[in-house]
Ligand binder design. Structure first.
Ligand code: NDP
Ligand code: NHF
Length: 266
């Protein structure tokens, strides 16, 4: 589990980001803190949280503890998000201040708009607030989640800072290929939530056959598929064993034909 140092890619601002991370919804309290700490000790370097998850304090505590025990802060990417009800310029500034206070890390690596609003003006006002937060020096990068190509095009028209990434649901069966290609063309990194479809891909027969071929699990096949197409998966688990399983995806490679087979699922 110590391969993390090379397991990074670059974002459009030159910032390094790991190829896989840990999701934390709906973990709270001790279970959130324990699994985040354990993940960092086992080599994970990307942690996804959000104000809406109600676990930023625990996540921050786990990260600070791992850092105090020698995990290099500069290797860690912490992602948090501005929730729907906190959108708009001043509300976003206030929401970020709360997240910043809860996480208690001097620098937040990535802050995302959690969901686009139907009102274009609200997305713009929220983005302008994120830009102001970026200029304040408290965040390293800003991005979005659940944005379509159309919503991204709209945002890009008025953005002084380009979104660093777009986090959306993505697994074999919901490849979101059009969105992925759009993001790649715009140099916006794709990040996959629900990368194993909350367990929904485990019984897929093609995935099971590939798992057998590579002596891997179906979850590992689904995670590897996203990694090979440049998408960063953030599987959630509360289990120590699955934490290790989900991270052990760097010792095999799917063929082009196998990549296409999984892509064709939708
Ligand atoms: N931006 C957004 O709007 C959203 C972001 N997210 C983020 O993405 C993360 C991941 O997405 P999520 O929806 O949780 O879905 P996932 O696809 O990560 O699935 C998580 C579920 O799969 C189980 N699981 C994990 N690993 C394995 C494995 N190797 N084998 C079998 N089962 C496994 C977990 O159970 P167990 O814990 O028991 O292992 C859990 O029930 C969230 O935690 C959150 O951080 C999620 C939804 C929306
Ligand atoms: O991040 C999230 C976690 O899961 C929730 C329930 O599916 C989503 O609504 C939310 O976007």
């Amino acid at each position: 589990m110590k391969q993390h140092v090379k397991m990074t890619t670059l974002l459009n601002n030159g910032q390094k980001i790991p190829l896989i991370g840990l999701g934390t919804y709906p973990l709270k309290g001790n279970s959130a803190e324990t699994i985040v700490y354990e993940a960092l000790k086992k080599g994970y370097r990307l942690i996804d949280t959000a104000a809406m998850y109600g676990n930023e304090e625990e996540v921050g505590r786990a990260i600070r503890r791992a850092i105090s025990e020698g995990v290099p802060r500069e290797e860690i990417t912490i992602v948090t998000k501005i929730w729907k009800t906190d959108m708009g310029f001043s509300k976003t500034l206030r929401a970020f201040a709360k997240s910043y206070e809860a996480l208690k890390l001097d620098m937040i690596d990535v802050v995302l708009i959690h969901w686009p609003d139907v009102a274009r003006e609200k997305n713009i006002a929220t983005w302008k607030a994120l830009e102001e937060i970026y200029y304040s020096g408290k965040v390293r990068a800003i991005g979005v989640s659940n944005f379509s190509p159309e919503q991204l095009i709209d945002l890009l028209k008025m953005a002084d800072i380009k979104p660093i990434l777009n986090q959306y649901s993505c697994y074999p069966g919901q490849s979101q290929e059009q969105l992925r290609v759009f993001c790649e063309k715009e140099n916006i990194r794709s990040m996959a939530y629900s990368p194993i479809h909350q367990g929904g891909i485990l019984s897929d027969q093609d995935i099971q056959q590939l798992a057998e071929k590579y002596q891997k699990t179906p979850a590992q096949i689904a995670l590897r598929w996203n990694i090979q197409r440049g998408v960063i998966p953030i599987p959630k688990t509360a289990s120590s064993n699955r934490l290790e399983e989900n991270f052990a995806v760097f010792d095999f490679e799917l063929t082009d034909k196998e990549m296409a087979l999984l892509l064709a699922k939708g």
